[in-house]
Design a binder for this molecule. Structure first.
Ligand code: C2E
Ligand code: MG
Ligand code: MG
Length: 687
């Protein structure tokens, strides 16, 4: 033994202690000896945990028996060897019974060293065993309290151990062994269905991991690991099984999967899923030369439902529409919701071109029936863009972009459905260029106004001027309003441009008044986007104030569509304008799609009957009938009427006879620059 041993010698005789130490050193042990001779110093010395106690059996104030008692009381496993000169056999037996490890006569000290070595080895083993037992107890506690199901079985599948979780989940326990035992601790049905083959692999020495789910265990999903238990010869003696309930995790994964692939509102595949399906379709298409079609569907005017009825009603409508389209398309097409009121359809296979056209027609038909929202029927339609691979594009992003372009064209053209063509791309590029140029136009002063007189039909005098916007493009020259106004509206640029028009028109009105011209009304066209701006009334007031004009000097021309949109805010805005004295005219009357009820609801002063009715006068009986009806209705409602686009004297005659008060058109004058307009005023006054 290499290590220095610490020896506690209990003896009242110093010489004996020295002899004992010497005997040990002689035998080759390295020792540190300490001698005590009473109980107090013995207990103190014990605290230093000596390796061995050598104890005389009888001392004046202490004894070997007492020392053993003290060691036992403290649960100490330090070996005590009695070293005594005078000890009879009975005493020796008594001491051995009390726990002494051995007894050595003082005359036989040579025995002491081997005895100590034996004892120390024994103590070491005992301590290791104790450690093992403690670890085992801890392991057992852990296995018993875990939620994982743990069992061991022998190679025949007989259950040897099952923790409480196992028993609770599988209903099998070691004591409640059933006649069918041999099922590795599983219910027989489960064993036969899913465990048997895995168990066989495991008894062949392989670790196996698998997942299973069975009605017998209430459909729980278990993740199971089976590990062979090997003996020293590496033969499989049994199998350790750990099964964990992963049902909750799998359910959560499934929920996430659904969330990631489906639109939560309609349950349709979402944009991501659609995109993946499209990519797969294009891939197989490339391999097999098969075509694929994408239909991009955007609901028209859906925003109106959302804005007027709220998002809950909007959602309800979307769910109903999605369902209708689903049914209409059948199972051959993949319908997805891309977001908002945008849907997409994917069609694959031979003859997709015809199938795409048919699908577009089915969707239009499905939307034909009005949808009932909060008890009111709404007529909805959709604009559909179609792109076909590989003709139009060969990758998913391009397919979507081209279908989008086609959809955009369908929306603008009001055609319902449109197939992509390269022409559309060019058209869009031109539009983008136009938006860019319009932005610059405002900054660079490329806009100016022309004024067209409004003439009192009975008296022939000019009673107003309509301000009409003109754009002098540096390269394109004069760009017609019909070309750039819609672009300005869509891009929102009409808001700053419209504010400029209001200001410029008011400035001109001020100038004419300052020149002493009669105080007629200035009419300014207002786009829907402008009217629905929160600060629109303030913009109007600012233009009037800037040029010191009363509200009565101004009339705003608003199209029917803009008036019926967003009913409540429109009513408020018109009310505020009316309070300023500003007049409201309905422009292009008769071309809108709405009911006429807004005429009695909104504060309106004039109707401008659209040129399309006037141009048929007086010969076309339908135009004549409509014009008469409009004039009669306007009279009934107390509204003044203006006829737009009077070009011929017989039109004027008809309108005058039918009671139309005011007219406008090339017959009187084309739109003029301010100087020409003023000259015209003078001429007309003189006539
Ligand atoms: P609108 O408000 O209906 O304006 C009347 C249009 O009819 C003007 O076309 C005018 O030149 C044209 N017109 C007038 N009399 C006759 C006629 O006898 N025969 C024919 N064939 N046409 C006649 P313009 O100036 O090209 O304006 C077209 C449209 O552009 C306007 O229709 C209006 O909707 C819009 N617009 C013009 N200026 C503005 C503006 O400042 N703001 C907004 N938002 N829109 C404007
Ligand atoms: Mg107008
Ligand atoms: Mg008009």
């Amino acid at each position: 033994m290499d290590r220095r041993l610490s020896i506690l010698i209990v003896d009242d005789c110093e010489d004996d202690a020295v002899l004992e130490a010497a005997a040990l050193t002689r035998s080759g042990l390295k020792v540190d000896c300490q001698r005590v001779e009473d109980e107090r110093s013995f207990l103190q010395a014990l605290q230093r945990l000596p390796d061995v106690v050598l104890c005389d059996h009888a001392l004046p104030s202490f004894s070997g028996k007492r020392a053993l008692q003290l060691l036992n009381e403290r649960g100490s496993d330090i070996p005590l060897i009695v070293v005594s000169g005078t000890l009879d056999t009975a005493d020796a037996i008594g001491l051995m019974r009390a726990g002494a490890r051995d007894v050595v006569p003082k005359q036989g000290l040579a025995l002491l060293a081997p005895m100590i070595q034996r004892e120390l080895a024994g103590t070491e083993t005992r301590r290791a065993q104790q450690r093992d037992a403690a670890a085992l107890r801890q392991l057992q506690r852990a296995v018993e309290s875990t939620d994982d199901c743990v069992a061991t079985v022998n190679r025949s599948g007989v259950l040897l151990y099952a923790n409480p979780a196992w028993t609770a989940r599988f209903g099998t326990a070691v004591d409640g062994r059933k006649p069918e035992d041999g099922c590795a601790g599983f219910p027989p049905a489960v064993y036969r269905a899913v465990i048997a083959s895995q168990f066989e692999r495991c008894t062949d020495g392989e670790s196996v991991r698998f997942e299973f789910c069975h009605a017998e265990i209430a459909g729980h999903t278990m993740n199971c690991v089976m590990t062979p238990i090997l003996d020293s010869g590496r033969r499989t003696t049994g199998v350790a099984i750990v099964a964990r309930d992963v049902s909750e995790r799998r359910r959560a994964e499934q929920r996430l999967e659904v969330l990631a692939t489906a639109d939560p509102l309609t349950g349709l595949p979402n944009r991501h899923t659609f995109r993946n399906a499209l990519e797969r379709a294009l891939e197989t298409g490339r391999a097999g030369g098969v075509q694929a079609a994408v239909l991009l569907i955007d609901l028209d005017k859906f925003k109106e439902i959302n804005d007027s009825l709220g998002h809950a009603a909007g959602d309800e409508a979307l769910v109903a529409l999605a369902q209708r389209m689903r049914v209409a398309l059948g199972t051959d097409a993949l319908l997805a919701r891309l977001g908002g009121d945008e849907f997409a359809v994917l069609i694959e296979g031979a003859g997709v071109r015809a199938m795409a056209t048919a699908a577009a027609a089915s969707i239009a038909a499905a939307l034909h029936e009005p949808i009932v929202c909060v008890g009111r029927p709404y007529h909805l339609s959709a604009s559909i863009g179609i792109a076909i691979a590989p003709n139009d594009a060969d990758n998913a992003a391009e397919m979507m972009r081209k279908a989008d372009l086609a959809m955009y064209a369908a929306k603008r053209g009001g055609s319902g459905a449109e197939r992509y063509s390269p022409k559309l791309s060019r058209h869009l590029e031109q539009r983008l260029q136009l938006v860019h140029d319009l932005r610059a136009a405002l900054a660079q002063g490329q806009f100016h106004l022309r004024f067209q007189p409004l003439v009192d039909l009975a008296r022939g005098e000019t009673v107003g001027a309509e301000a009409l916007l003109r754009w002098q493009h540096p390269e394109l020259g004069d760009v017609a309003p019909a070309r750039f106004i819609p672009v300005a509206e869509e891009s929102g640029l009409i808001v700053p441009i419209g504010a400029w028009v209001l200001d410029a028109a008011c400035r001109q009105a001020r100038e004419w008044r300052d020149q002493g011209q009669p105080a007629f009304t200035m009419s300014v066209n207002v786009a829907a986007v402008q009217l629905h701006q929160r600060d629109f009334v303030a913009v109007v007031r600012a233009a009037l104030d800037a040029h010191g004009l009363p509200g009565t000097a101004l009339e705003l021309e608003i199209t029917e569509g803009a008036l019926v949109e967003n009913d409540r805010t429109t009513l408020e805005t018109l009310g505020a304008l009316r309070a300023l004295g500003v007049k409201i005219a309905v422009d292009d009357f008769g071309t809108g799609w709405s009911s006429l009820s807004y005429l009695s609801r909104l504060p309106i002063d004039r109707l401008k009957v659209d040129r399309s009715f006037i141009s048929g006068l007086p010969k076309d009986p339908k135009s004549a009938a409509i014009t008469r009806a409009v004039l009669t209705m306007a009279q009934g409602l107390g509204l003044e009427t203006v006829a737009e686009g009077i070009e011929h004297a017989d039109q004027l005659e008809f309108l005058r006879a039918a009671g139309c008060q005011v007219g406008q058109g090339f017959l009187f004058s084309r739109p003029l620059d301010p100087a020409a307009f003023a000259a015209q005023l003078v001429r007309r006054a003189a006539a």
